[in-house]
Design a protein around this ligand. Structure first.
Ligand SMILES: NC(=O)c1ccc[n+]([C@@H]2O[C@H](COP(=O)([O-])OP(=O)(O)OC[C@H]3O[C@@H](n4cnc5c(N)ncnc54)[C@H](OP(=O)(O)O)[C@@H]3O)[C@@H](O)[C@H]2O)c1
Length: 315
C-alpha cells in the first residue's frame, strides 16, 4: 500500500510502499479515504515521542483519518464490514498511522461511526482538533456569563474551541490577524484581538476591562502565556495545549494552570458526530491535497498561518 513515512526521526517524510496491515484480535482494518493533518504529525516525525515510545520504522505519519471498515479481527462486535468510520490511527510502536491506504485500530479505541452529514474529507479533519477543543472548553470551565480568551484561535483546534465556547453562552475573545477576524466573529467570537499588531493584553482590556475567567492557549511560548494569564481574575483557569502553563506559579497567584494532554475517545467522537450533524459545530477545510503531497502540506503547517484544517485524499 502507499503510505507517507519517515525512515528515522528527523528524516524527510516520503512516499513509501508497505505491506497492508492485518487486523489482530479486537482490531478493525480500515480502508482510508482521507487523512487529517495536525501539527502533532510533524512533531512525531521530528521525534517528540522518542523518549516515551519505542517506534518502529518506517514510521507511517498521521493520526486522524476516515474510511470504510474492510476487515475485522476475532472478537470484533461494535463495528461491521462496510461501515463508515473516523478516528485516530496512530500506533508509533508498530510504525502505523493514517497517511496510508489502510490502517488498523482497536475496536474499543478512538474510532466511531462517521457523522452522517459529512463526507470522508470533512470527517478526517475532526478527531484530534475537535476532541481537544471539546476537552479544553470543559477543563477551562467555560460557560454562560464567563469570558474567555482563545489564543491561537484561527487554526484547527481554535476554530472549534471558539464555536464550542460561544455555544455555552460565554463571551469569547479570539486572537486573529486582520485577514481572518471576520471569520472568527462568524464562528461566535464577540471580539478579536490581533496578536501581530501591538500588545494583546491592552487590546483585550480595551474590549473587556473586567478580567477573564478562562484562557485557552493554543499557540505561543511560556512567557506569552504568563503575560496573558495576568488578564485572569482570581480563581481563573488557563488551559494550554502547547504545554506553556506553569501550574505552580499560577497557583501561587490564585489561578489554575493546566497543560492539556489528551486524545479523542470513541465517546468524544460520538459526541462530536452529534454536534456536527446538528450543525452546532462546523469544520473549515482550508486545503485538500493528494496523499503524495503530504511532505509539502506538513511543511506548510510547520511554517504557521493555518486557517482551518488540511486534509489528504488517500484514494
Ligand atoms: N496536547 C494535546 O493533546 C494537543 C491536542 C491538539 C492540539 N495540540 C497542539 O495545539 C496547537 C494548536 O493546534 P492546531 O491544530 O489548532 O494548530 P494549527 O491548525 O496549526 O493552528 C495554529 C494557529 O495558531 C496561530 N498562531 C500562531 N502563533 C500565534 C500566536 N503567537 N498568537 C496567536 N495565534 C497564533 C496560527 O496563525 P498565525 O500563524 O497566522 O498566527 C494558526 O492559525 C498545536 O501546537 C498542536 O500540536 C495539542
Amino acid at each position: 500500500m502507499r503510505a507517507i513515512a519517515v525512515s528515522e526521526y528527523g528524516a524527510t517524510p516520503a512516499l513509501t510502499y508497505l505491506p497492508r496491515p492485518e487486523p489482530g484480535p479486537g482490531e478493525i482494518l480500515v480502508k482510508l479515504v482521507a487523512a487529517g493533518l495536525n501539527p502533532l504529525d510533524w512533531r512525531i516525525a521530528d521525534g517528540m515521542l522518542k523518549d516515551t515510545a519505542d517506534a518502529a520504522f518506517p514510521l507511517v505519519l498521521g493520526a486522524d483519518g476516515a474510511g470504510v471498515v474492510e476487515d475485522a479481527g476475532e472478537g470484533v462486535t461494535r463495528l461491521r464490514h462496510g461501515e463508515q468510520v473516523y478516528g485516530v490511527f496512530t500506533d508509533v510502536e508498530r510504525g502505523r498511522g493514517s497517511y496510508a491506504e489502510y490502517a488498523v485500530v482497536r475496536e474499543d479505541g478512538p474510532v466511531a461511526r462517521m457523522p452522517a452529514s459529512m463526507v470522508y474529507s470533512e470527517a478526517a479533519a475532526v478527531p484530534t482538533a475537535c476532541a481537544a477543543a471539546l476537552d479544553v472548553v470543559e477543563r477551562a470551565g467555560i460557560g454562560e456569563g464567563r469570558t474567555v480568551l482563545v489564543a491561537g484561535a484561527t487554526g484547527g483546534v481554535g476554530q472549534a474551541a471558539v464555536q464550542l465556547a460561544a455555544r455555552t453562552g460565554a463571551k469569547v475573545i479570539a486572537t486573529a490577524r486582520a485577514d481572518t477576524a471576520g471569520t472568527m466573529r462568524r464562528l461566535g467570537a464577540a471580539h478579536t484581538v490581533d496578536h501581530t499588531a501591538g500588545d494583546i493584553n491592552d487590546q483585550v482590556l480595551a474590549v473587556h476591562s473586567a478580567g477573564l475567567d478562562a484562557l485557552v492557549v493554543l499557540a505561543g511560548d511560556t512567557a506569552r502565556t504568563a503575560e496573558l494569564a495576568r488578564l485572569l481574575r482570581p480563581g481563573g483557569t488557563c488551559v494550554s495545549t502547547v504545554w506553556t502553563a506553569d501550574p505552580d506559579t499560577m497557583a501561587a497567584h490564585g489561578l489554575h494552570g493546566v497543560n492539556y494532554d489528551g486524545g479523542p475517545t470513541a465517546a468524544a467522537l460520538d459526541r462530536l458526530a452529534g454536534l456536527l450533524d446538528a450543525g452546532d459545530l462546523r469544520v473549515h477545510l482550508e486545503r485538500e491535497a493528494p496523499l503524495e503531497a503530504a511532505p509539502d502540506a506538513l511543511a506548510r503547517n510547520r511554517a504557521g498561518g493555518a486557517r482551518g484544517k488540511t486534509v489528504l485524499r488517500v484514494l
